[in-house]
Design a protein around this ligand. Structure first.
Ligand SMILES: Nc1nc2c(c(=O)[nH]1)N[C@H]1C(S)=C(S)[C@@H](COP(=O)(O)O)O[C@H]1N2
Ligand SMILES: [Mo]
Length: 315
């Protein structure tokens, strides 16, 4: 049974050996094969030497190759292979993130200054896409709450809205025949969800700078929600008192909502959400189906956020 280990032991003892070994394997692969993963040695890798977190799951990591070549990022096309293939011209640096709206100290922050301010830590999270596939990914990032504390939300702020960059000249899915969604891709969280310690702004994965296909240079990770909440390549974060409309709800409100908490008991109108296909697991037919867990296995950490809410209605 997959389990989530809450933070309680010394950080020097917590990252499982398999994770270290994976990182070593990965670094070896980079050195040996010259894998182009956004610049090799990076601020992220440096910071990770100093900071390990105790957020992890006792499950096999999804191989790096699957994490970085099987993606949803419609700005680069609809096929799972498109983002890795078609994001070569995307420039994730220099980059700034503007935080504005209902805050005392709005600002525009350089990505590398943020990484210096908030040294990334490793978080191994399950990721469950609403399409019923899943991965286990070692992210590197910092809690969204740290950035929110810096800008000091006003008492009137109730929600956080997020926006992806619009650059049709670098993102082929934002123009021409590949046009699919309305841009920019937008997402939102309730402020208490945004402040939950699990909610991460990822700037890397597998100990290296975030690849373009995974949302470089900074993307949201909300592990108890379906993957579409994890907005990529963020340029703007706005505190507001109104529930923001998110891209997938705006596109098809019959199938996608605002909350999008992982829930095996509420099927998608077109498929079951009871089980999931774990990407990267070979084996014979059916061997890679896993049961989907309420709140993706993070119920102990987040179920209380929804006390009194009808979880079936608020999909
Ligand atoms: N801007 C933007 N963010 C996005 C998406 C997208 O198309 N555009 N796809 C979402 C979906 S549906 C999923 S499942 C995750 C996939 O993240 P990954 O490719 O890093 O696994 O990103 C989410 N974030
Ligand atoms: Mo998804």
């Amino acid at each position: 049974m997959p389990s989530y280990r809450p933070p309680k032991i010394a950080s020097s003892e917590i990252t499982p050996r398999s994770v270290y070994m994976k990182r070593r394997e990965f670094l070896t692969a980079v050195a040996g094969a010259g894998v182009a993963i956004a610049g090799g040695k990076s601020a992220v890798a440096d910071a990770l030497n100093a900071t390990k977190s105790n957020y992890t799951v006792d499950e096999k990591l999804t191989p790096l190759k699957d994490v970085t070549t099987y993606n949803n990022f419609y700005e680069f096309g609809l096929d799972k292979a498109d983002p890795a293939k078609l994001s070569g011209n995307f420039k994730p640096r220099p980059w700034t993130v503007t935080v504005d709206g209902m805050v005392s100290k709005p600002g525009t922050f350089d990505i590398d200054a943020l990484i210096k301010d908030f040294p990334p830590e490793e978080r191994v999270y399950r990721m469950r896409c609403v399409e019923a596939w899943s991965m286990v990914i070692p992210w590197d990032g910092f809690p969204l709450s740290a950035l929110l504390d810096k800008v000091e939300p006003l008492g009137s702020a109730k929600f956080v809205a997020f926006e992806t960059v619009v650059r049709p000249e670098e993102m082929p899915g934002q123009s021409g025949v590949f046009q699919s969604l309305n841009w920019p891709y937008v997402e939102g969280l309730r402020l208490d969800e945004a402040r939950n310690p699990l909610t991460l702004l990822a700037v890397g994965l597998y100990g290296e700078t975030l690849p373009n296909a995974n949302g470089a240079p900074i993307r949201l990770v909300v592990p108890w929600k379906y993957g579409f909440k994890g907005i990529k390549s963020i340029v703007r974060i706005t505190l507001t008192d109104k529930q923001p409309l998110n891209t997938w709800q705006a596109t098809n409100s019959q199938e996608y909502g605002f909350y999008a908490n992982v829930n095996p008991a509420v099927d998608h109108p077109r498929w079951s959400q009871a089980t999931e296909r774990r990407i990267g697991e070979g084996g014979f037919f059916g061997a890679n189906r896993h049961p989907t867990l309420p709140f993706n296995g993070y119920a102990d950490q987040v179920a209380s956020l929804y006390a009194g809410m009808d979880l079936r209605a608020n999909f």
